[in-house]
Design a protein around this ligand. Structure first.
Ligand SMILES: NC(=O)c1ccc[n+]([C@@H]2O[C@H](COP(=O)([O-])OP(=O)(O)OC[C@H]3O[C@@H](n4cnc5c(N)ncnc54)[C@H](OP(=O)(O)O)[C@@H]3O)[C@@H](O)[C@H]2O)c1
Length: 342
């Protein structure tokens, strides 16, 4: 049994990790931290886990994380990087759900995240945890930078196109929408019911932190720097990401065949029949990314629709997929949930 520690067990990605890992046959959860709720039964805060998780939250300083085989950080940006060096020295493998190790260029990371990096020497070693690109490197990694929620939906949607060389790489457009759980469980004005319900708005048009992450991933896949306009939106949903992606075609390509071939062996990417309109509720609670390709009016614009659950394939489910790969377990173990409907 793998011994698991979770730092940040009271947030949305933390409780999603608990939901998934409590059904995983090869793990034993040893520590779940929260500074605010230390000493409280996990099931008292999250009745959904009653009968599944018997632990109490513990303070991160007293959690014996160095005795674990793997520690997940489900914490805000800038927390994991302070603890990762000593945990790695103790032989613990790390999956960081935050952004501390996602951007290879330290100056770019420091600019977008507004802080100095505490262990820049480890960033080069960290493996970006998108299995559809880095599966082999994930298997041997000590440190995984789990991708962001928008970057997962946008990169999986664009990957076959940018790898194919069939599109104008300078002018990609990603118009993406997220449910409010993407903002975490902290009380903030813009996620109050009266602010977010019955409302729809863009944000971060001039620049969002996920832009450099997506640009880095797609540039590597294209073997060429890409240009991307990325506009995120907040929708009155709890879970879900819907990305509508646009690219100008430079040569003839059978989009459906391109996507079906690229993802034929991917357990968590489902290419829908041509002309489909995937819905966020078709992936809710699951580790799936569903994708549909379009070419409106037979013109030269490819339109790709990509949907995920931000807390599963966009965070905790993908983190468990990475853990399975790192420890030689079946990649799909404990993450084959059928989406919830309605
Ligand atoms: N929400 C999403 O859809 C999503 C998707 C992909 C990635 N992510 C990323 O995943 C991370 C967690 O997101 P979330 O939405 O779950 O956040 P969240 O709901 O705000 O939860 C944050 C968790 O971190 C703990 N924490 C905060 N400061 C800490 C510190 N200094 N030391 C130790 N623990 C601390 C909190 O508990 P205490 O304060 O009680 O310790 C809480 O359990 C973030 O970096 C986020 O960007 C989120």
């Amino acid at each position: 049994m793998l011994k698991i520690g979770i730092v940040g067990g009271t947030g949305y990605t933390g409780v999603e990790l608990l939901r998934i890992l409590s059904q995983h046959p090869q793990v034993s959860i040893e520590a779940i931290t929260s500074r605010k709720e230390a000493g409280m039964d996990v099931a008292q805060l999250f009745p959904s886990l009653r009968g599944r998780i018997e632990l109490k939250f513990s303070d991160p300083a007293e959690a014996n994380l160095d005795k674990c085989d793997v520690v997940f950080f489900a914490t805000p940006n800038g927390i994991a990087m302070k603890q990762v060096p000593s945990l790695l020295d103790a032989g613990v493998r790390i999956i960081d759900l935050a952004a501390d190790f996602r951007i290879k260029d330290i100056a770019v990371w420091e600019k977008w995240y507004g802080m100095s990096h505490a262990c820049p020497e480890l960033v080069a070693e960290a493996v970006y945890g998108l299995p559809e690109i880095n599966r082999d490197r994930i298997k041997t990694a000590r440190l995984i930078a789990n991708p962001g929620c928008y970057p997962t939906a946008v990169q999986l949607g664009f990957l076959p196109l940018v790898e194919s060389g069939a599109v104008d790489l300078d002018h990609l457009v990603a118009d993406a929408k997220s449910g409010v759980s993407g903002a975490g469980r902290n009380a903030e004005i813009h996620t109050l019911f009266a602010e977010a319900a019955d409302n729809f708005r863009a944000y971060g048009v001039s620049g969002h932190r996920h832009l450099p992450e997506i640009r880095q991933g797609l540039s590597q896949a294209a073997k060429h720097p890409i240009g991307l306009t990325f506009v995120p939106h907040l929708t009155p949903m709890i879970r879900g990401i819907h990305a509508t992606l646009y690219a100008k075609l430079l040569k003839e390509v059978d989009l459906q065949a391109l996507y079906e071939n690229r993802y034929v062996n991917e357990p968590f990417v489902d290419v829908l029949p041509a002309g489909s309109h995937p819905e966020t509720r078709s992936v809710r609670g699951s580790n799936l990314c569903r994708i549909a390709v379009h070419r409106p009016q037979g013109g030269d614009t490819a339109v790709i629709l990509s949907v995920t659950d931000n807390l599963v394939k966009g965070a905790a489910g993908q983190a468990v997929q990475n853990m399975n790969l790192m420890f030689g377990l079946p990649e799909t173990l404990a993450i084959t949930h059928v989406p919830l409907f309605p």
